[in-house]
Design a protein around this ligand. Structure first.
Ligand code: URP
Ligand code: ZN
Ligand code: ZN
Length: 461
C-alpha cells in the first residue's frame, strides 16, 4: 500500500524544510508540498513532528559468545527494541574467536540473523587471526557483500590480533577498498595491570577502569593510526572514550591518515562513578562494566565538543547486554565480569535529548552522526542515511515533546536492568518505517518481526 507522510518537518544532515513524502513499495518516490494521494494510500499526519532518515547503529553485538557466556539479546528482541528507538539499520560485529574458522563464523552469524530481524542489517567482519587461508576467506566474504573488517587490539588470546596480523589485515583491506574498524586498547598492558590489581586484592568492578587507563587506549589508537598511515588503508576507531585517545586520532587525521572516529552513547552519558557503585555487593557497578571503560566525567564535554565539530564522526551504541546473573560471573574478580552495556533502544533518544535539546549538538550533526555518516562510511549511502527520491523509505516520525523516563520495566531489550535507568528523555519516535512498511506506530511495535534484510555492500574506500 502506498504511504504518504504529510506536514512533517523533514530534517536531514544538510537540509530542513516542511514537506510531504510519498512512498511506493519500498522506496521514496516523491517529496513536495501538498502531494496528492492515490486510492488506497495510507496517510500519516506528521504535523508538529520531525521526519528523520532511519537511524543507523554502526556498532552492535547481538549474537556474541564472550567471556564464558553469550550476549542476551536475539535478533528478534534487539531489532524490535532498535526500531522502537528509531534505528532501522544496524551493523553487527561478526566475532568468531581466534579458535574459530572465519568463514564458518561468518556463515553462523548470517544464519542467526536471516529471517529473524525486524530491522535491516549487515556485518563488520572481525579478523581475529591471520593465517594462510585467511586472505581467501576474507575475499569470499567481501564478495558476498561485506565491505568492512573489524580488529581488536584488546582481548588478548581471544579476539585480539598481534601487530603482524593487523598489518596483514590492513594490507589486504587496502587492496580491496575495505575499511578496517578497530577496538583500540593495548592488550598486553591491560593483561599486566589486571594481574597486578588482582594480586593486590583489588577485585571489585571499580578496578575495571584503572586496569585499562586512558593511556592504554591512547596507545592503541596511535598504533592503529600509525599502521593505517603505513599501509594506506582506511580505518575507523570504534567506541573512543577519552581525550588522550581523541588527541591521537585527531593528530593522525591532521596528518592525512584515512581515519574516522566513532564514540558510543554510554561514554557521553555515563561516567566511571557508575562502575564504582557498591549496591548489591558490587552488582550495581558490574552493570556498568564495558571496554573501553566508563571514564572520568571531564571527558564528556570533550566528546560532546568533538562530536559537535565533526571530529568525532559517528555515534553508535556498542549494544551488548548481559543480565545480572551473567554480570555476577565477575563477583570474585572484575576481570570475569562480562563486558558490555545495552543501548540500542536508547541511543537516538539520549542523543536527541542530551545533545540537541540541551544545546550540545546541532540537529543536522545529530542526523549526520547517527545516520548519514555511518551510511556513507560503510557503503550504504544513498540507499540509507538520507531522505531523497530513490532512497529506501526508512523514516522516523519523531515527536520532540514526548517526555519519558528510561526504565527496565518498559524496555524491549532482553535484559533485567537498564544502564540508563531513571534518565529523562525529551522525545521519541512516534512512527518508524522500514522500506515503506510501518513497523512502529504510537511508539509501539506493530510490524513484521522478520522484515529485516541483509544489506549487501561494495567496498568504497
Ligand atoms: O564492553 C564491550 N565493549 N563489550 C563488547 C565487546 C567490545 O569490545 O566491543
Ligand atoms: Zn570493543
Ligand atoms: Zn563492541
Amino acid at each position: 500500500m502506498p504511504l504518504l507522510i504529510k506536514n512533517g518537518e523533514i530534517v536531514t544532515a544538510d537540509s530542513r524544510y516542511k514537506g510531504d513524502i510519498f512512498v511506493e513499495e519500498e522506496t521514496i518516490t516523491r517529496i513536495g508540498d501538498n502531494l496528492e494521494t492515490s486510492p488506497g494510500t495510507e496517510v500519516i499526519d506528521a504535523a508538529g513532528k520531525y521526519v528523520f532518515p532511519g537511524f543507523i547503529d554502526p556498532h552492535v553485538h547481538i549474537y556474541l559468545p564472550f567471556m564464558a557466556t553469550y550476549a542476551k539479546d536475539t535478533q528478534q528482541t534487539a531489532s524490535i527494541a532498535a526500531l522502537i528507538g528509531g534505528t532501522t539499520t544496524w551493523i553487527e560485529m561478526c566475532c568468531p574467536s581466534r579458535l574459530d574458522d572465519a568463514l564458518a563464523g561468518y556463515e553462523l552469524w548470517k544464519s542467526k540473523a536471516e529471517g529473524n530481524s525486524a530491522c535491516d542489517y549487515t556485518f563488520h567482519m572481525s579478523v581475529t587471526k591471520f593465517e594462510d587461508k585467511t586472505e581467501g576467506q576474507l575475499r569470499e566474504i567481501v564478495a558476498d557483500g561485506i565491505s568492512s573488517f573489524k580488529i581488536f587490539l584488546a582481548y588478548k588470546n581471544f579476539f585480539g590480533v598481534d601487530d603482524a596480523e593487523m598489518y596483514r589485515t590492513m594490507t589486504l583491506a587496502r587492496k580491496l577498498g575495505v575499511i578496517v574498524t578497530a577496538h583500540c586498547e593495548n592488550a598486553e598492558l591491560v593483561a599486566q595491570l589486571q594481574q597486578a590489581l588482582l594480586a593486590q586484592g583489588k577485585t571489585g568492578p571499580e578496578w575495571h577502569e584503572p586496569s585499562r587507563p586512558e593511556a592504554v587506549e591512547a596507545e592503541g589508537t596511535n598504533r592503529f593510526a600509525t599502521f593505517l598511515e603505513t599501509t594506506g588503508a582506511a580505518g575507523y576507531v570504534v567506541h573512543l572514550s577519552c581525550e588522550p585517545a581523541l588527541r591521537m586520532a585527531e593528530r593522525a587525521k591532521q596528518r592525512g591518515t584515512k581515519l574516522w572516529i566513532e564514540s558510543v552513547i554510554p561514554h557521553f552519558i555515563l561516567d566511571k562513578t557508575y562502575a564504582e557503585r557498591q549496591g548489591g555487593e558490587g552488582l550495581e557497578g558490574m552493570k556498568h562494566v564495558m571496554s573501553p571503560p566508563l571514564r572520568d566525567k571531564r571527558n564528556q564535554k570533550v566528546l560532546w565538543d568533538a562530536l559537535a565539530t565533526g571530529l568525532i564522526d559517528t555515534v553508535g551504541t556498542d549494544h551488548c547486554p548481559f543480565d545480572t546473573s551473567q554480570k555476577l560471573l565477575g563477583k570474585g574478580a572484575f576481570t570475569q565480569i562480562p563486558n558490555g552495556i545495552p543501548g540500542v533502544e536508547e541511543r537516538v533518544n539520549l542523543l536527541y535529548t542530551y545533545g540537541v535539546k540541551r544545546g550540545n549538538l546541532d540537529i543536522h550533526r545529530f542526523v549526520d552522526a547517527a545516520s548519514t555518516k555511518p551510511a556513507k562510511l560503510f557503503g550504504l549511502f544513498p540507499r540509507k542515511g538520507t531522505i531523497a527520491v530513490g532512497s529506501d523509505a526508512d523514516l522516523v516520525v519523531y515527536d520532540p515533546d514526548r517526555k519519558a523516563v528510561i526504565s527496565s520495566k518498559t524496555q524491549h531489550v532482553n535484559n533485567d536492568y537498564n544502564g540508563f535507568e531513571g534518565m529523562e528523555i525529551d522525545g521519541r519516535p512516534s512512527v518508524v518505517t522500514v522500506r515503506g512498511k510501518v513497523q512502529v506506530r504510537n511508539g509501539a511495535f506493530v510490524g513484521d518481526s522478520r522484515r529485516g534484510r541483509f544489506l549487501r555492500r561494495t567496498p568504497c574506500h
